[in-house]
Design a protein around this ligand. Structure first.
Ligand SMILES: Cc1cn([C@H]2C[C@H](O)[C@@H](COP(=O)(O)OP(=O)(O)OP(=O)(O)O)O2)c(=O)[nH]c1=O
Length: 192
């Protein structure tokens, strides 16, 4: 397989790829993210592509560069990372006692070819009290996470159930990514 380059600073994405047994290098994208799309699925694919293109422009064309972006979507709003503690509290109040969607977009670029896709997971929260929100925010955990929570961390206590890929919520839908790689390899070998 070609050298895989993860264009991400997210420790979660690194962990997920490692756990799945993939060998890869990390070169985080430093480009400012610009969203022009309204729909969450389009926005995450757009941002994932921006990250992958930023790094693909700087490395050898024989590598596969992968960028990703995760957002939470609720009642027509896109929730990214909270700006501050008040913003985190606002997001957690919105998510309390209801269902929302988590979208992760993934963009793969290799030798001038691009493939971009997204994965959607529904997450159901138990009602979360003001005290629980305050205590959770005090841990600092929400601040670098879309929707102000980490399902893999202390927010596990708020999760009633999920529908879909857990790893998609944590930031990288590794199984669907590997399916894409399989198809990519099959297409390349059928051409040789
Ligand atoms: C909903 C949710 C999000 N997240 C994280 C995944 C992503 O890292 C982060 C959303 O921010 P992103 O902008 O997608 O990614 P990032 O800034 O962490 O990394 P990079 O842009 O360099 O790739 O939220 C969790 O860790 N757990 C969760 O339950």
């Amino acid at each position: 397989m070609k050298t895989l380059i993860l264009a991400s600073a997210s420790p979660r994405r690194r962990e997920i790829l490692k756990q799945a047994g993939l060998d890869f290098e990390v070169i985080p994208s430093t480009k400012e993210e610009v969203i022009t799309k309204q729909e969450p699925k389009d926005a995450v694919m757009e941002l994932a592509l921006q990250k992958a293109e930023d790094i693909a422009g700087r490395v050898d064309g024989d590598c596969m560069v992968v960028g990703a972006d995760t957002v939470v979507a609720m009642e027509g709003s896109i929730l990214g990372k909270p700006e501050n503690k008040d913003d985190a509290a606002r997001m957690l109040r919105m998510l309390s006692g209801s269902r929302h969607q988590v979208y992760t977009g993934v963009a793969c670029i290799c030798g001038g070819k691009k493939h971009v896709f997204y994965e959607e997971t529904s997450v159901f929260f138990y009602p979360v009290s003001e005290d629980e929100i305050r205590c959770y925010i005090e841990t600092g955990e929400p601040m670098d996470k879309a929707g102000a929570y980490g399902i893999q961390g202390r927010a596990a206590r708020f999760i009633r159930r999920i529908e879909g890929d857990y790893y998609n919520v944590v930031g990288f839908p590794v199984a669907s990514f590997l399916q894409v790689l399989k198809k990519w390899d099959e297409r390349s070998s059928s051409r040789t």
